[in-house]
Design a protein around this ligand. Structure first.
Ligand code: FAD
Ligand code: NAP
Ligand code: SF4
Length: 679
């Protein structure tokens, strides 16, 4: 099959003093490595790997221009020449690979998670416990000077430019929006005053760094909060930023406190490029569009239809450092696609852990997790082609081992074959496409439809045996659990068993939420990814851009489910509290809007033809339902390992087969990858 050429994506971009080799900008993504001096060698390796992969221009994670601008205590900053030295490690590593890199200057403003926070006005953000100090005029001048000093030091450190973070509700954005700027001096009041801060920062930065230095300005084109900018104001700001000396304008979508998903997996691909498109023609400098662009064909189409001059991809470059090179070499089908789960990147950042990637555990671990050619090729049997087994088999084979992969089912993927059927999780198919291609490329001997036994394995001439057989749904001991009106999530999601109009779900973990989402849609068949217009209507985004902040007057419109769905758990805490930090709120909102009833503190008494009998704090209750679906967690399926041991063979056990508690694909793939790297 001939692969597309992506000629728009791969076209060079002339910035006047510098030509970028293609239109891919690696967007700023905080990894956590920026925050500790001793992690800079690791950070340098991380960026070098992306530069080797051919990305046109890299932007670092946010670096604070002063202590007040820290996102959290002791976050990365660039304020003196001692700190310049560590940044040189990064710029040298990137330039050594022929890449280009800008440093993002991020002042957190009232989003700062520490008591030194400052802002235009003394207004606490809904997502931070700290109330910022309102700046005096002198204080404002000091913040501007800090930005300029930071840019000058960035140049000294060898960066090709800086990105001035003016969006997402951080410090600069807080000056621009009336919502957060209540000042009555030169820096507040009318819009011209409120944009004085970003314009001054860009103007004075340009003065300080000279003409041959990139200044990207990240401009909030859609605030998605009440009291945000109007479209006319945004155009005015863009023109002023251009006049002040910016080289490129990048698109910012949504403040962090906005309650509209902007990058999670249920957001359609390139869903916000129409916003950047509206600014085309209003300024002459290149525009970058962003958000949920994870595929070269999508990126190329965005550029072909003239929505922007460049595309920003942050997480997709975490998922695959070689994204651009593979696209350029006609190997787009080999790209490890970001599925926008946020589980190992953004969720980690919010949990104060180093960001990595669910589908690529090497991200941020480049120097320590290496897939080197095997010194002594071995014969390896991997049992189970779920995420753990697939990662192990393909990486081991890629290193030169002879790998046989046994899978009982007729297709690879394990539980991902259920996940991908959940509306909004269609991206999970891409991981299976990626692994499928890796199986071919690395010549893994794949045996589908083969539930292999211990005796067969022991009889085979394998040097190593890996058991990655996954899990079994937990069996519950509730009276009536074997009745025909009781199903498991596997029956519903994999075997397509039909479910009545009234249903109770036992268990409100990730899978309970996913089954509720699946059943809450009108069709039980997979519905396919959402269309941008439908998504915007569902979440109340005003595509006409007539209202401030880009929010419709009536808010989001979602059809209630025709089904009556109860989502139940025994714990007294609110259901869904343990879902992902950055996505849990979306799942909770989505189900509430569809009319799913969530009950906590439930005791399951019995199931009979009339439904599910429960007791809650309010007393006994009958949920009159047609079906009960059990989503109550899993147990490891590791009998094979024990049987092998009985035959005198030790096996490596990974993924759900090793431990089902708190199992997710992130752990499964990580365990598979690390074991494969160790052979
Ligand atoms: P599995 O995926 O269970 O794979 C085990 C494989 O082994 C299966 O294919 C099985 O057929 C095969 N097998 C078993 N016995 C044998 C044998 N004797 N011989 C040959 N083959 C055998 N995780 C996330 O991180 N994020 C999510 O958003 C997410 N969503 C999910 C949504 C749903 C609906 C479900 C069901 C799961 C979801 N998960 C999610 C969980 C994730 O899919 C699992 O954690 C992951 O699949 C575990 O990987 P594994 O390889 O250990 O096991
Ligand atoms: P889970 O998150 O552990 O949830 C299990 C649910 O079953 C809980 O609500 C639990 O709540 C209930 N439960 C446990 N034991 C029970 C029992 N004996 N009787 C009745 N109820 C019981 O597991 P899961 O939902 O099956 O998900 C499996 C894994 O897949 C999870 O670790 C998750 O990380 C991953 N996953 C992730 C996502 C995602 O979006 N990130 C989505 C799907 C799955 P009570 O004990 O309070 O009743
Ligand atoms: Fe993308 Fe998920 Fe990897 Fe983050 S963890 S980069 S969202 S695939």
């Amino acid at each position: 099959m001939t692969q597309p050429s992506f000629r728009h994506l791969l076209a060079p971009l002339d910035l006047g003093f510098l030509t970028l080799p293609n239109r891919v900008l690696m967007g700023s993504m905080h990894t956590g490595l920026e925050d500790r001096a001793e992690h800079y060698p690791r950070l340098a390796e991380y960026f070098a790997e992306r530069a080797r992969g051919g990305v046109g221009l890299i932007v670092t994670g946010g670096i604070a221009p002063n202590i007040a601008g820290w996102t959290k205590p002791f976050a990365g900053k660039l304020t003196n020449s001692r700190e310049v030295a560590r940044h040189r490690l990064i710029t040298r590593a990137v330039h050594g690979e022929g890449g280009r890199i800008c440093m993002q200057i991020l002042h957190a403003g009232r989003y700062a998670y520490h008591p030194l926070a400052v802002a235009p006005s003394r207004l606490k953000a809904p997502i931070s416990p700290f109330t910022p100090r309102g700046l005096t005029r002198f204080g404002v001048a000091r913040q501007i000077a800090a930005f300029v000093r930071c840019a000058r030091l960035a140049r000294e450190a060898g960066y090709d430019g800086v990105e001035v973070m003016g969006s997402e509700g951080y410090f600069i954005n807080e000056f621009i929006a009336a919502r957060t700027n209540r000042r009555h001096d030169d820096w507040g009041g009318p819009y011209q005053n409120r944009i004085r801060l970003p314009v001054e920062i860009v103007r004075r930065t340009r003065e300080a760094v000279g003409r041959d230095f990139i200044i990207i300005y990240r401009l909030s084109m859609l605030d998605l909060v009440e009291g945000g900018s109007s479209w006319d104001e945004i155009v005015l700001l863009a023109r002023a930023i251009e006049a002040a000396g910016a080289t490129i304008i990048n698109t910012g979508i949504g403040w962090h406190e906005a309650r509209i998903p902007t990058i999670a997996t249920m957001v359609p691909r390139a869903a916000f490029s129409w916003v950047t498109r509206r600014l085309k023609g209003e300024v002459a400098i290149p525009l970058v569009t962003s958000n949920r662009i994870n595929d070269p064909a999508v990126a190329d189409a965005v550029l072909a239809r003239g929505d922007a001059d460049m595309v920003s991809m942050a997480r997709p470059l975490l998922a695959d450092a070689d994204f651009v090179r593979k696209a350029a070499e006609g190997r787009a089908d080999e790209i490890n696609t970001c599925i926008a789960c946020n589980q190992a990147c953004l969720d980690h950042v919010f949990e104060q852990k180093t960001a990595s990637c669910l589908v690529n555990p090497r991200a941020s671990h480049e120097s320590e997790l290496r897939y080197e050619p095997a010194a002594r090729p071995r014969r390896i049997a991997v049992v189970g082609a779920g995420p753990a087994g697939l990662a192990c088999a393909t990486i081991a084979a890629g290193r030169g081992h002879a790998v046989t992969l046994f899978e009982a089912a007729g297709e690879i993927g394990g539980q991902f074959n259920m996940a991908r059927r959940v509306p909004g999780k269609e991206e999970f198919r891409e991981t299976l496409r990626y692994f499928g291609r890796q199986v071919e490329l690395n010549k893994v001997d794949l045996r589908l439809g083969q539930p292999v036994t211990a005796a067969q394995l022991a009889a085979g001439a394998f040097d190593e045996i890996v058991v990655a057989t996954g899990v079994l749904p937990r069996k519950l001991a509730i009276d009536g659990i074997d009745r025909p009106n009781v199903l498991s999530y596997v029956d519903v999601l994999l075997h397509g068993r039909s479910v009545g109009e009234r249903v109770a779900l036992i268990g409100a973990g990730g899978i309970g939420f996913d089954v509720a989402e699946f059943l809450g849609h009108d069709s039980d068949a997979a519905v396919g990814p959402a269309v941008t217009e439908d998504f915007m209507r569902a979440w109340g985004v005003d595509m006409s851009l007539e209202r401030r902040g880009g929010l419709t007057l009536e808010g989001g419109v979602v059809p209630r489910s025709r089904r009556q769905i109860y989502l139940l758990q025994r714990k007294a805490t609110p259901p869904g509290r343990d879902l992902g930090k950055t996505t849990g709120w979306i799942h909770r909102m989505e189900l509430k809007r569809r009319g799913v009833q969530m009950l906590s503190g439930v005791n399951y008494e019995r199931i009979d033809p009339s439904g599910l009998h429960i007791t809650t704090q309010a007393g006994p209750r009958l949920l009159e339902v047609d079906h009960v679906v059990v989503c109550a967690g899993q147990e490891p399926l590791a009998a094979l390992a024990r049987e092998l041991e009985a035959l005198g063979r030790q096996a490596h056990v990974i993924g759900g087969a090793r431990l089902a508690t708190e199992l997710d694909a992130k752990r499964a793939i990580d365990e598979g990858a690390r074991l494969a790297a160790s052979f």
